[in-house]
Design a protein around this ligand. Structure first.
Ligand SMILES: [Zn+2]
Length: 150
């Protein structure tokens, strides 16, 4: 259990995929119980020298297992976003080379600001080492949600 505790503490007892609380006292055989997910990104899979996979806390039911299920970090349902980017793909690109990524379009500015706030907060847990800010930029009668490294 020691390894689980270390990873659980580091991840704040939240599931890295669904962002909901994981109960450390729940049975590891329960779908909502704690488990350790090994994130092997496409970049790491191609490059053998990239080191061991990153271990993250996940619910047993959310765990992507041994690459059987592609990990997906969902956007929150309450957000009003059009053409949302695949969060993990964008985060991986930003981690690798920095810069900026258009993450979504929103019909109005308050929606875009809400989505921007949510995304920065979400990424602070998903990828704590990646320093990003979100900008809202008007364009084409809509508002673009842009993530950039700082
Ligand atoms: Zn989960």
């Amino acid at each position: 259990m020691a390894r689980m505790d270390v990873i659980g503490e580091r991840d704040g007892w939240r599931c890295w995929l669904c962002d909901e609380v994981v109960d450390p006292d729940m049975s590891v055989n329960d779908g909502r119980g704690p488990s350790i997910d090994s994130l092997i990104t496409e970049r790491r899979a191609k490059k053998k020298s990239a080191g061991p996979p990153v271990e993250r806390l996940a619910h047993r039911a959310c765990n992507t297992g041994k690459g059987k299920v592609k990990p997906v970090v969902p956007w929150a349902e309450h957000l009003f976003v059009i053409d949302p980017a695949v969060i993990l793909t964008s985060v991986e690109r930003l981690s690798r080379k920095g810069g900026r990524e258009v993450m979504a379009r929103c019909p109005d500015e308050p929606d875009a600001r809400q989505a921007a706030e949510w995304l920065v907060d979400r990424l602070s847990r998903l990828e704590p080492d990646l320093a990003v800010e979100a900008d809202v930029e008007p364009g084409g009668g809509q508002f673009l949600l842009v993530l950039r490294t700082v």
